[in-house]
Every structure is written in structure tokens, then in C-alpha cells.
Design a protein around this ligand. Structure first.
Ligand code: ACO
Length: 311
């Protein structure tokens, strides 16, 4: 009965065991998982654009090879995640349609422009650093296919974070102009990186339910604090100043205090009014339309092959 099924679901979650695709789950759980996984997949795919912007202009063959591999990894992450969403009954073409029609979200961070090559380093260091902070706990998320996808994604993200740090370290040891590029990139990306964790807990409609279902393992504010605490010493090692005069160690709390975040900016960017939203979605739409002949050819081939097998 429904009661037994619900009880079994609740006990599985409470024991920290995984919910698998064929298990019974409340419709709200399924809808929340599809929402989060789809947004996450879209973020990986849209996230290819800001860095992809620099592939043809990378300053050396080595940097170009690294950047190509990294952007390709992001495509791979998107593909695992779309597959995880499909295990919940989501339809892949429908998810793409929702992205390119602006009906489904992706991370706010990818709506900012990449103005110099230092941005590639800062995205690796701060943006991928924030992504790791958010995603490592998701390896223990209650939905099996999502949690397992997250293990490989986090390993690759850690590698991306290191490459960003190494790039910045190299630039910081370079010329005054290079150090200035790093400073400018850090200034532009610091606050948007803190916004990646989502609205403050008091203003986060989904957190309580997702925590109870053990989809999320920490709140938005907890993870944001963890990110600040981990990043400040890294900034010191790099020799860069984070653009927040209120950033200081609070011995009583055992954490860094930091300044007020401009939540109206996050709201604006999420609602489509960020500096690059229109460009990002238009680019994705164009790529999808340009790929129509590949999908048609694959479908024609499959139909022909099916006919041949039947004959
Ligand atoms: N950018 C865009 N939308 C956001 C952001 C953000 N930075 N933060 C929150 N939102 C959206 C939420 O998706 C939600 O919208 P919806 O209800 O219409 O779906 C709304 O704002 C309210 O936020 P919350 O109630 O806090 O939503 P939620 O519990 O889903 O928490 C979070 C948001 C933390 C982003 C969560 O979904 C999550 O952990 N997702 C997985 C990680 C992820 O998607 N990372 C992508 C970027 S990292 C990368 O790809 C490199």
C-alpha cells in the first residue's frame, strides 16, 4: 500500500541508504530531484561558454590544451547529469527545450563575461572551488544516480580548481600587468562566487524540504561559510586581496566574518537580467539548431537499421 511504500522510503532515507530509480518515491521528491539535477546539468553545459570564449586566444599551446580538456570535462558532467535526470522519467529533448526557452534555470555565475585570460584562472580557483564545496556533500545525496555521478564530477572539479590556482600563481609571479589582470578578475568574480550558493537560508524556499529528504546535506549559508573559510588562506598564499573590507577572522565563531551580499543582484541575474543571460541562452539555442541535422541523421540511421534487423 501507499503507506507501506512511504514508510519504506522514509526509513531508507533515515538510514542514509540510497533511493534508486525503480524505488517508490513521493512525487514531490521526484520533482525536486529533476529540478535540481536539470539545473545542475544546464549549468555544466552553459558553463562551457565563458571559458570556451578563451580557447582560441589561450596564450600558449599548453594553456590551450588544458583549457580544451577542461571545457570538454564540463560537457561530460552535463551528460552524466542529464542521464541521471532521465532515470527519474525526465525527457532529454524536453529539458533542452526548457533551457533554451528560459523556463529552466542554470547557475547565476555563468551570466558574467570573461574579459581577460586571468578570468580562466579565477573561474578555476573560485567558481570551481565553490562548486566543489557545494558538490562534495552531494556525493552523499539520497538519490543514488545523482550521488554517484557527483563522485567523478568532484574528482574532475578538484583538478580544475588546482589548474586555476596554478594559472593564477604563474600570473602572480609574472609582470605588473599580469598581476593587475588577476586583481581585476578576482574583484569581478568574488561576490558572484558567493552568490552561487543560493539565497540566504531564511529566504531559501527549497532548503528545509531538501534537507529533510537528504537531497541537500548542508544549507546554503553553511556551505557559503565553508567556502569563505577555505578560500581566505588560499588568497593569502596567492598574494591577492579579496574585495571585502569586512572580511576578518572571528575567533569566537571560529570562522571568517564577511560583508553583506547584494541579494538584489542575485535576484536580477536569476530572473534573466544578468550581463550575459540573453547571449548564453541564444548561443545554446543556436548550437541546438545547428545540430538538428545530426539528430535527423541519427534517427534516420536508427530507423534504417531497425528495418534491416526486422527483414
Ligand atoms: N543561480 C541560479 N539559480 C539559483 C541559484 C544560483 N546561484 N541559487 C538558487 N537558485 C534558485 C534555485 O534553483 C531555486 O529556484 P527554483 O525553485 O525555481 O528551482 C531558487 O533560486 C531558490 O533557491 P533555493 O530554495 O535555495 O534552491 P535549492 O534548494 O535548489 O538550492 C542550490 C540551490 C544550492 C544551487 C542547489 O540547487 C544545489 O546545490 N544544486 C546543485 C549544484 C549546482 O547546480 N551547481 C551548478 C553550478 S556549479 C558548476 O556547474 C561549476
Amino acid at each position: 500500500s501507499e503507506v507501506d511504500l512511504e514508510g519504506h522510503f522514509e526509513r531508507t532515507v533515515a538510514k542514509d541508504q540510497r533511493i534508486e530509480p525503480r524505488d517508490w518515491m513521493p512525487e514531490g521528491y521526484r520533482a525536486t530531484m529533476i529540478r535540481q539535477i536539470a539545473q545542475h546539468a544546464h549549468s555544466e553545459i552553459i558553463g562551457m561558454q565563458p571559458e570556451g570564449n578563451w580557447i582560441t586566444r589561450a596564450p600558449s599551446l599548453r594553456r590551450k590544451a588544458i583549457l580544451l580538456a577542461k571545457v570538454q570535462d564540463e560537457a561530460g558532467h552535463g551528460l552524466y547529469l542529464y542521464s541521471a535526470a532521465e532515470t527519474l522519467g525526465a525527457d532529454r529533448p524536453d529539458l533542452t527545450e526548457r533551457l533554451i526557452s528560459g523556463r529552466q534555470k542554470y547557475s547565476s555565475i555563468f551570466n558574467y563575461p570573461t574579459l581577460s585570460f586571468a578570468d580562466v584562472g579565477v573561474i578555476g580557483w573560485l567558481v570551481d572551488g565553490a562548486a566543489i564545496c557545494n558538490q562534495v556533500p552531494l556525493c552523499r545525496s539520497s538519490y543514488g544516480p545523482y550521488a554517484r555521478a557527483m563522485i567523478r564530477i568532484c574528482k574532475e572539479e578538484s583538478f580544475h580548481q588546482r589548474q586555476g590556482f596554478e594559472l593564477l600563481m604563474t600570473m602572480m609571479k609574472g609582470t605588473t600587468a599580469q598581476r593587475e589582470m588577476v586583481r581585476d578578475a578576482v574583484n569581478r568574480f568574488w561576490w558572484p562566487s558567493l552568490m552561487m550558493f543560493g539565497p540566504p537560508d531564511a529566504d531559501s524556499p527549497n532548503t528545509a524540504r531538501s534537507m529533510a529528504w537528504r537531497i541537500k546535506r548542508h544549507t546554503n549559508d553553511e556551505l557559503r561559510q565553508r567556502f569563505v573559510d577555505m578560500t581566505v588562506p588560499q588568497a593569502e598564499a596567492l598574494g591577492v586581496t579579496l574585495p571585502d573590507p569586512d572580511l576578518k577572522w572571528n575567533a569566537a565563531r571560529g570562522h571568517y566574518d564577511f560583508g553583506a551580499i547584494d541579494w538584489t543582484e542575485l535576484k536580477r541575474v536569476i530572473s534573466g537580467e544578468g550581463p550575459c543571460n540573453a547571449q548564453r541562452v541564444a548561443h545554446r539555442r543556436r548550437a541546438h539548431e545547428d545540430g538538428a541535422w545530426v539528430r535527423e541523421a541519427a534517427a534516420a540511421y536508427a530507423a534504417k537499421h531497425e528495418g534491416a534487423v526486422r527483414d
